[in-house]
Design a binder for this molecule. Structure first.
Ligand SMILES: [Ca+2]
Ligand SMILES: [Ca+2]
Ligand SMILES: [Ca+2]
Length: 485
């Protein structure tokens, strides 16, 4: 009977138009989900199974979705929301922004997009090696503040190559000299197949995980195996372009240490899984986030670094059950979800207290989330940084942060045009990878720890700072030295 009812609804509704980014629908069980999927296919409609808690993504009109909302087999209906990187670079001042937009339009010579999607570099299969100290370590004030060198020597570990951190973001420059040696390599796509061909490039899903030649991760923004960090350059970064956000985040988790190049991450010997669901515009959707989190968990990441979200400007910030379901999916598999608390002023009229105005997903009341605020080198909260007595857990370095960016480069300044604008790498986005790296370092020393033990240790060993007193759960900042004692 139910199948007949569904059919009747869809028959009258197939003429609708897809709106925005479509909708997410949760069914009460997999049997009714399959039933729905079959009927949609028969009527020529696309359905994407998100493979988490019976969610699918559909491109239906609001009217059509209304008809499904009250169906007894449907548990929830949500818009597929826009999610963004959490840096503090985009210019919001209307006058300055208009100038930046005009300049971005003029600067064809700047190549506003460094690379187009079709130009993603091939994935290198050999490593670069190298030895010696990291020449730019002295610019990493956050590493020095955390005494990571002391932590490495007292604990006897710089991270285990068995520990995998998924950087879920705009992708990662997997060709970068200081990241390439710490990239996760999917063991099921490495080596030689029965025909003597390289499994990484044979066009076959050798490990049967649903993804062909997924060697270093996956790109859910363009649905291919090259999660390269497509970056904007010049003035475009001031109007919402991605300045190499994912690569910057990855470096602070696990840039390779002691290779004579660049910098070192908090955990310079762990592995980075490169996940892309945010585009060169620094934007993605709930659907992409769910796919990326699920992939990362299914393929062995134990720590997820999430420098993205929605800051009160989403359609339905507290109604995003789909995101909550995938974070629970991670929790059920022991995985910690480190999340940027958000940069409040980015949302129109938005306040920085996330207890009052929750951000997505960092403010969700979910046990395996660690929500991270941004501090400067004087332990002051970044002017942009969200805080919340119950919704923000800990602070970490997030103002003028130095790290890797695409094309073998390193930056703490995104753009510096004297007389016009200087923008440094600021954001709860930058604070989050420090905590994710610390979690990975702890897990390297305590390989049986699950999200609960890691989170407890991070908060318990934090150092009290007055700027977070009453403004966070721990009241303190990350202290890697103490975490590893
Ligand atoms: Ca595969
Ligand atoms: Ca393959
Ligand atoms: Ca290095």
């Amino acid at each position: 009977m139910r199948s007949i009812l569904f059919f009747a609804i869809l028959l009258v509704s197939v003429v609708g138009y897809a709106k925005d980014n479509g909708y997410l629908i949760k069914f009460k069980n997999s049997a009714v989900l399959n039933n729905f999927q079959n009927q949609m296919l028969r009527s020529g409609q696309q359905v994407k199974d998100l493979k988490v808690a019976n969610w699918v993504k559909v491109d239906l009109s609001e009217q059509e979705v209304e008809a499904l909302r009250n169906h007894p087999d449907v548990a929830a209906v949500e818009k597929n929301q826009v999610l963004k990187i959490m840096t503090n670079i985009e210019v919001h001042d209307p006058v300055l922004r208009a100038q930046a937009e005009a300049l971005a339009a003029q600067e064809s010579a700047w190549q506003t997009l460094a690379l187009r999607a079709t130009d993603n570099p091939d994935i290198p299969l050999t490593n670069t090696g190298g030895s010696g100290s990291d020449p730019n370590f002295s610019k990493q004030w956050g590493m020095i503040d955390n005494d990571v060198k002391g932590a490495w020597s007292s604990s006897g570990t710089k991270g285990s190559d068995q520990v995998v951190v998924a950087v879920i973001d705009t992708g990662v420059d997997y060709t970068h000299e200081d990241i390439i040696d710490n990239l996760w390599r999917n063991p099921g796509e490495m080596g030689v197949d029965a025909n003597g061909k390289n499994m990484a490039t044979n066009g076959i899903d050798d490990d049967g995980n649903g993804y062909v030649d997924d060697v270093v991760g996956w790109d859910f923004a363009s649905n291919d195996n090259k999660p390269y960090d497509l970056a904007s350059k010049g003035f475009a970064v001031l109007t919402g372009g991605n300045p190499g956000h994912g690569t910057h985040c990855a470096g602070n988790v696990a840039a390779r240490g002691d290779n004579g190049k660049g910098i070192a991450g908090v955990a310079p010997n762990v592995k980075i899984m490169a996940m892309r669901f945010l585009t060169e515009k620094g934007q993605g959707t709930t659907e992409g986030a769910i796919n990326a989190v699920r992939y990362a968990v299914d393929n062995g990441a134990q720590i997820l670094s999430n420098s993205w979200g929605s800051e009160g400007d989403g359609d339905d910030p507290q109604g995003a059950q789909a995101l909550k379901d995938v974070i629970n999916y991670a929790k059920d598999r022991g995985v910690l979800f480190v999340a940027a608390a958000g940069n409040g002023h980015q949302g129109v009229g938005y306040d920085n207290d996330t207890d009052a105005k929750p951000g997505v997903p960092a403010s969700y009341d979910m046990e395996n989330i660690v929500s991270v605020a941004a501090l400067d080198s004087s332990d002051q909260l970044g002017a942009f940084s969200n805080w919340g007595r119950t919704t923000v857990d800990i602070g970490a370095p997030g103002v003028k942060v130095y790290s890797t960016v695409p094309d073998n480069d390193y930056q703490d300044t995104v753009i510096d045009i004297p007389g016009f604008i200087t923008a440094t790498w600021d954001g709860t986005s930058m604070a989050t990878p420090h905590v994710a790296g610390a979690a990975a370092l702890y897990l390297s020393k305590n390989p049986n720890a699950d999200w609960r033990e890691i989170k407890d240790a991070l908060l318990r060993t934090s150092s009290p700072v007055s700027s977070l007193n009453g403004k966070s759960v721990s009241g303190g900042k990350l202290n890697v030295r103490r975490l590893m004692q």
